[in-house]
Ligand binder design. Structure first.
Ligand SMILES: *Cc1c(COP(=O)(O)O)cnc(C)c1O
Length: 358
């Protein structure tokens, strides 16, 4: 009797990816906010929407497989040579490509935990062994422990700064020390998905640091600060051999005609986007001050979200928030991550957290 297809054993290790929950439709007139996926609350800029509409007329054709115009725009924006840039359908796709191009059965992939949920998944899909190194008590990466976790089996390390979900950064000194300690045949990916929101001058600067290391790549995305999460575009910046490996493991024609055009357009004039990021950073400051004034324990954040280490109270807070029309991201037994969003959503969050801590 056939019991259906047999899947690789590695798939049993993989937790199903839990996307941010959609708020339930409400019948009581309360406006519901989804603050569980770190999306940008601002709609796309009018000029970007116009480019999307124009690109729509060309979707009978395959996209440029080399994403030449987009790569040119990213290179100019980042101030790097175009041979140092790879694009993909979101930074998540690049995480898969990093794992597939460096690690397989018998190899290890090291990352801090808790951090971005994709890291253990892409590791297992590649057939490699995830090595999760606990965060420090203050939510920061334990860089010494990460360096100590690197063995001769380690092929890849993910470092997330600012870290999802705690919002903490790795400092430049910590990164420099780490890179000096790790053998240079181990690929190190510095995931800077939230770097545009970072205002800490001591934070590691990936674009400065990668030029000194053959084995350091910087990961960025258009999904958060640039507000194009629905289009799926991310990029990596690294030395040419790394970019070549990423291109070999890329999904052919992955980044769509529309996504290539819109992402390039959003770089063309990003003053307005930077103003929006500044406004979100100001809201983050206001939220943190409001929480602290009410005695709520919150980890200082350099991202577009904040982390409340609520421990055993996590689910209760998440349920109460849901009832009040605020869908947060809960990690049972650990804490909740709440996106800095519309002012009304942020106000509601401050109120809920303040009431909860009383
Ligand atoms: C959101 C996020 C990404 C990537 O998002 P894409 O939408 O796939 O570009 C990468 N890393 C971290 C830490 C994230 O939070």
């Amino acid at each position: 009797m056939n019991s259906g297809p047999r899947f690789r054993d590695a798939l049993q290790e993989i937790p199903g990816y839990r996307a941010g929950k959609r708020p339930d439709p409400r019948t009581d007139g309360v406006e519901a906010f989804k603050v569980s996926s770190n999306e940008n609350p601002y709609p796309p800029l009018p000029q970007v929407v116009k480019v999307i509409e124009q690109a729509a007329h060309h979707v009978n054709r395959y996209p440029d497989p080399g994403s030449a115009e987009l790569i040119e725009a990213i290179a100019a924006h980042a101030g790097v040579p175009r041979e140092h840039v790879a694009v993909a359908t979101g930074a998540v796709a690049l995480c898969y490509q990093f794992a597939q191009s460096t690690a397989g059965p018998g190899d290890e992939v090291v990352f801090a935990w808790r951090s971005f949920e994709a890291y253990p998944i892409v590791t297992s899909v590649a057939g490699a062994q995830p090595v999760a190194v606990p965060l420090l008590a203050d939510g920061r990466h334990d860089m010494a422990a990460l360096a100590a976790a690197v063995t001769d089996r380690t092929r890849l390390v993910f470092i997330c700064s600012p870290n999802n979900p705690t919002g903490t950064v790795v400092t430049q000194d910590e990164l420099d020390e780490f890179m000096a300690a790790v053998p240079n045949d181990v690929m190190v990916v510095l995931d800077e998905a939230y770097i545009e929101f970072c205002r800490d001058p001591s934070a590691a600067a990936g674009l400065v640091t990668y030029t000194k290391h053959q084995n350091l790549a910087v990961l960025r995305t258009f999904s958060k600060a640039y507000g194009l999460a629905g289009l799926r575009v991310g990029y990596a910046i690294a030395q040419p051999p790394v970019i070549e490996a990423l291109n070999k493991t890329a999904l052919p024609f992955g980044v769509s005609v529309i996504a290539q055009a819109a992402a390039a357009a959003s770089l063309a004039d990003d003053a307005e986007l930077r103003a929006r990021v500044d406004a979100l950073v100001a809201e983050r400051t206001r939220v943190m001050q409001g929480l602290r004034a009410a005695g709520v324990e919150v980890v200082p954040s350099e991202a577009n979200f904040v982390w409340l280490p609520l421990g055993e109270q996590t689910e209760e807070f998440a349920n109460r928030s849901e009832q009040a029309g605020l869908t947060v991201r809960a990690f049972a037994g650990e804490g909740v991550r709440v996106t800095i969003a519309e002012t009304a959503a942020n106000d509601r969050f401050i109120g809920l957290a303040s009431d909860f801590s009383r």
